[in-house]
Design a protein around this ligand. Structure first.
Ligand SMILES: Nc1ncnc2c1ncn2[C@@H]1O[C@H](COP(=O)(O)OP(=O)(O)O)[C@@H](O)[C@H]1O
Ligand SMILES: [Mg+2]
Length: 338
């Protein structure tokens, strides 16, 4: 409706073509978000029309995020509820289970800018909180966390358990819902947490199998009221039809081939979760594999270009992955010829 109105108002006015392009693309984005918002019962928790941010933050608000598929767990709505009630929540799950994806989707639905930090990377306290640039104390630049606190949006802390202690210490006072931060570096300026400043942290499950994971900082743990567990759609012998339909549709291959690829992925994920392989493929990885096959490559050849090297550089590990691919294909052929 709104789209048509904009188009007809463009037809009846003599504005320059640049403006026309701009309003068409803005209305297209609105249309896409509108489609998404029909898929999820999200508005009862957060409504993008309640939010307003300065124009320079517009490009941080995600657009055209693909839908997040689940098995009726309603993850999108549950994140919305957690943010509405508690301002923050934690997502737990192995890599490739769609945690980053769903946070972008939630940001788009809520109309919130995204501030993303990977705590496993060696980002300095200065980058996160801010610093003076040049000589003297004239030009202060806010870091990512400071900007989020001042202007609002979703602060997404990936691999939050890997956070360095000096960052955690500065972050903790902020984690109380109405928290604030003190910029000791900047004459102790006090910044109150913006009313639409939400925080989502994510991490791998902590277990003996996930080498290198460590428990999250205790102060942060106590301040997270909601914890949501994520897992792969298909794993081991448990194959989700929705996943191979997605691989078939987006990857452009037959349902039969997509099912084979998902079965292979599911086996590799199982080995990853039990610590026998270093990586578990996401549905996105399987779709990429399918795309290569849609151009004529057979499944093993496509795997050699995508999943096999992606799993590891080690020829021995690559051999194990090839072995899994071979076994699944053989058993599929045997099953289908019966
Ligand atoms: N349930 C899902 N629905 C749609 N896409 C998904 C889903 N799970 C994973 N993906 C896709 O798999 C890829 C990896 O997801 P990502 O969000 O990066 O995982 P994580 O952050 O948990 O490591 C992305 O391309 C993402 O779009
Ligand atoms: Mg991620």
């Amino acid at each position: 409706m709104e789209y048509n109105k904009i188009i007809s108002s463009i037809n009846h006015s003599k504005i320059n073509s640049e403006k026309i392009n701009l309003s068409i693309s803005v209305s297209k984005i609105k249309k896409d978000t509108h489609k998404l918002s029909k898929m999820y019962d999200f508005k009862k928790y957060m409504d993008s029309s309640d939010m307003s941010f300065p124009p320079e933050m517009n490009e941080r608000i995600p657009k055209e995020t693909p839908p997040y598929i689940d098995n009726g767990e309603h993850y999108v709505e549950r994140i919305g509820r957690a943010l509405k009630f508690f301002k923050q929540c934690a997502l737990i799950g192995p890599s490739g289970t769609g945690k980053t994806h769903i946070v972008y989707l939630v940001a788009e639905l809520a109309g919130l800018p995204m501030w993303e930090i990977n705590c496993g990377l060696s980002t300095s306290v200065f980058d996160l909180f801010g610093r003076y640039i040049g000589l003297g104390k004239e030009n202060w630049i806010d870091g990512l966390i400071t900007s989020w606190c001042r202007h609002g949006g979703i602060l997404y802390l990936d691999e939050a358990n890997m956070m360095k202690q000096d960052v955690a210490t500065k972050l903790n006072p902020l984690l109380d819902q109405r928290g604030h931060m003190v910029l000791t570096e900047k004459d102790s300026e006090v910044i109150h947490r913006h009313k639409h400043a939400y925080m989502i942290i994510s991490m791998n499950p902590v277990s003996s199998e996930f080498a290198g994971t460590k428990p999250i900082n205790a102060a942060m743990r106590r301040r997270m009221s909601v914890w949501l567990n994520f897992d792969y759609m298909s794993i081991g012998d448990n194959i989700d039809e929705k996943e191979f339909k997605m691989v078939s549709e987006i990857g452009g291959i037959s349902l039969k081939d997509a099912e084979t690829i998902v079965k292979i992925g599911a086996k590799i994920r199982q080995e990853y979760k039990s610590g026998d392989l270093p990586y578990g493929p996401s549905v996105g990885d399987l779709i990429n594999w399918a795309k290569i096959c849609s151009d004529g490559a057979d499944i093993p050849t496509g795997g050699d270009e995508t999943l096999v090297p992606m799993t590891s550089d080690d020829p021995e590990v690559q051999g194990e992955v090839r072995q899994i691919i071979k076994k699944v294909i053989e058993s599929e052929i045997a099953q289908r010829s019966r």
